[in-house]
Design a protein around this ligand. Structure first.
Ligand SMILES: [Zn+2]
Length: 62
C-alpha cells in the first residue's frame, strides 16, 4: 500500500501496488504513476535527499 494524492478528488488516497501503472527512476527520484480507485491517473514524485548521483546499478539477487 502507498499513499498518493488524487488530483481529481483533491485528497490523499491509499492505494495498493496493483494500482501502479508505471515506475520511473530518474536520477535522485522515484516517480510512480498510478490509477486511482476513481479511475483518475496520477503520479507521485519522491525525491531522495542528498542523492545527486544516481546509485550505480546494484546487483539484484536472482
Ligand atoms: Zn481518485
Amino acid at each position: 500500500m502507498f499513499r498518493a494524492v488524487c488530483a481529481a478528488e483533491g485528497a490523499e488516497v491509499l492505494l495498493t501496488t496493483r494500482r501502479i501503472t508505471a515506475i520511473h527512476r530518474p536520477p535522485g527520484a522515484v516517480v510512480v504513476e498510478f490509477r486511482c480507485w476513481c479511475g483518475h491517473p496520477g503520479r507521485t514524485v519522491d525525491r531522495m535527499p542528498g542523492a545527486e548521483v544516481p546509485p550505480v546499478s546494484l546487483p539484484r539477487s536472482a
